[in-house]
Design a protein around this ligand. Sequence first.
Ligand SMILES: [Ca+2]
Length: 206
Amino acid sequence: MKNPLPALAILFSLVLATPTPASENPVLLAKYDFENLPAWVPNWGAGFQNSYKPATGWKTPFKVSLCPENPHSGDHALRIDLLELADGEKIVHSPSIQIDPPAEGSLGRKVAIRLFVRTSDLEEGQAGIRILERDEKGASIGLLQGEKSILPLSDSPEWVELNAEGVLHSATRSISFMVVLYQATAPVTVWIDDVSIELEPGTPAL
Ligand SMILES: [Ca+2]
């Protein structure tokens, strides 16, 4: 090699240009602001008494819609109306959110959930946010942190920000964000907007 400097310069520039490993920063897995969506809110689903449909396919005992009335951001929030008495959980859920396998030996990866909520006529503790974890075959592993409601909802006519985080099972390859209504009295309305879900890096195993 006649002149090693250009090669060294290239080497140094490559070193300097190497980005910070992605695992050191939270990764945005999903964001839902309910803007610019068709009225049927594609890929959101809902279930009640072992029956599952597209979210906006329900007419009773609840319905789901995009609501232009006082959204947290933009032109719409997601609105869930419980219209009549109905015992049992009413679940409205996001599309499936994919989770990459953990880095080699990485332990204790967390997901952080952030959203804005307002409600009407909600009884204390009668609704909540739940995260369902599934394995690579799509089979249920369980609920994040084992919590039926990782975020219980309180009645608030004004928008409130809610935050939670929980450690994922190592076998989890997808999750769903769920709004669960336990309340049996009606009517009740829950609005959600600006949901974000981030994956935080795990701790490398020693
Ligand atoms: Ca919005």
